[in-house]
Design a protein around this ligand. Structure first.
Ligand code: CUA
Length: 158
């Protein structure tokens, strides 16, 4: 097949632009400490209550993983399950959350932990809890009339 010289040039130019664009997007989206939903773990939102680990929300001590505790959270209009939980100071914790209905947020006030919970997806975040105290965990995505009341509490205890 014969490709015209200019066509080849434009093709190269186009592909180069795409690569540059994706690189810039990738760096700005992931390098600056933003936490998009992992969007790699899928869940049937109709059956969240029956699917592990969401069939058992709460704090679970785990063995043989890179983290010590898993905090499993299910969001729904207009509450979190569980409403209150505690983890030991200094432990490495993986937050695992999803929603049963609409988009909700999972923001731990005063920290950089801020996830969007989307129906059909599982959002995860691993961190070391290194400051004791009580943290407000809020929904920061407008989800309806009960949005402002949608809050829970994380305790980091010594
Ligand atoms: Cu849930 Cu706002």
């Amino acid at each position: 097949m014969h490709i015209h010289k200019y066509e080849k040039w434009w093709l190269t130019f186009g592909i180069t632009c795409l690569v540059v664009f994706l690189t810039v997007l990738g760096i700005s989206a992931f390098h600056a400490g933003a936490h998009p939903p992992s969007a790699q773990v899928y869940i049937n939102q109709e059956h969240v209550d029956e699917i592990a680990p969401f069939d058992n929300p709460g704090v679970h001590k785990v063995e043989g993983k890179e983290w010590d505790y898993e905090v499993v959270v299910v969001a729904s209009a207009f509450m979190f399950s569980p409403m209150e939980y505690e983890v030991p100071l200094g432990s490495k914790v993986k937050f695992i959350a999803t929603t049963k209905d609409v988009v909700h947020g999972f923001q731990i006030a005063g920290t950089n932990i801020n996830m969007m919970l989307e129906p059909g997806y599982v959002s995860e975040f691993v961190t070391i809890v290194d400051k004791p105290g009580e943290y407000l965990v809020l929904c920061n995505e407008y989800c309806g009339v009960g949005h402002t009341a949608m809050a829970s509490k994380l305790k980091v205890v010594d």
